[in-house]
Design a protein around this ligand. Sequence first.
Ligand code: DQA
Length: 142
Amino acid sequence: DKVFVLNGPNLNLLGTREPEIYGSRTLGDIEAMVRERAAELGLGIEFRQSNYEGILVDWLHEAHREGAKAVLLNAAAYTHTSIALLDAIKAIMVPVIEVHLSDPGTREPFRHLSYVAMGAVDTVQGLGPKGYILALEKAAAL
Ligand code: DQA
């Protein structure tokens, strides 16, 4: 089974981006952790990042066409703005698990609304990179 791990805008800068909020691990480090756990769980991984909203929409459609088992989606700032991502999540048969490194609910009020959460089957947030592993384990158990 394949799991898509889709990362949105500015997550390519992890490691140097606001490390007091997001930690010092790079997205490459997170990818390596995810791949290691996925191998143990017998899952294939498509791990991607884009700064473009429409590409994330296209990748959600691709996950559906490919018959992916689940999508882990850290939509970053698009979480709080993107009806297009919500509609894509609702359009596909693939369960989406929302992931955030930080806990947006304890940050600025504009991060409290999540369009992604309205379509996602589950959310893992505030656990840093480990949240990706927990989300992967939840995906494996679906
Ligand atoms: C984030 C939280 C979002 O509010 C923010 O815009 C991000 C990262 C997180 O992983 O904590 O870019 O999704």
